[in-house]
Design a protein around this ligand. Structure first.
Ligand SMILES: Nc1ncnc2c1ncn2[C@@H]1O[C@H](COP(=O)(O)OP(=O)(O)OP(=O)(O)O)[C@@H](O)[C@H]1O
Ligand SMILES: [Mg+2]
Length: 136
């Protein structure tokens, strides 16, 4: 963007697509992308900068894909380029883990039970806790 004259705008939008993904789009008013470069720019070490590494977009795509999403670029019909990424929604993610087992936590210390339950929840597992039976 620093190489262009006039107004420099960056628009970031998000929307839900196909019920199971959200799409985040970043649209700029920079130099834009030649049509043949819209995929090439994601190759490792591809750069048009004098001192660029060409790793930024390659790493970004790997991160997005490892979370079940996609990242791609397009040239704008007016000025600049747009980058779009999709990621699965929490509901879609939960549906894929819906078959996960319930873990039974048995310990006589309530603090230990609570801590383990929190840990299991943070990795997406349900649990049921059991402490000592009270004798009356
Ligand atoms: N918003 C953009 N508009 C036009 N071209 C872009 C845009 N973002 C990236 N590019 C093109 O994609 C190439 C690769 O980008 P990438 O972020 O992978 O590496 P880099 O920016 O060149 O290097 P570094 O990340 O080390 O600064 C850039 O050199 C540039 O040619
Ligand atoms: Mg970069």
């Amino acid at each position: 963007m620093k190489d262009v004259d006039g107004t420099r705008e960056l628009a970031i939008t998000s929307r839900r697509v196909d019920g199971e993904h959200v799409q985040v789009s970043v649209r700029d008013t920079g130099v834009g992308l030649p049509p043949q470069q819209t995929d090439q720019i994601f190759k490792a070490f591809f750069t048009t900068k004098a001192h660029g590494t060409g790793m930024g977009l390659s790493i970004s795509r790997s991160i997005v894909e490892s979370h079940g999403g996609r990242l791609w670029a397009a040239d704008n019909s007016s000025r600049g380029a747009s980058f779009h990424l999709t990621l699965p929604t929490l509901e879609a993610h939960e549906m894929t883990t819906a078959g996960a087992p319930t873990v039974f936590v048995i310990d006589d210390d309530a603090a230990v039970r609570t801590a383990i339950q929190g840990l299991l929840k943070s990795v997406g597992l349900q649990s049921q806790c059991f402490g000592p039976r009270r004798s009356s």
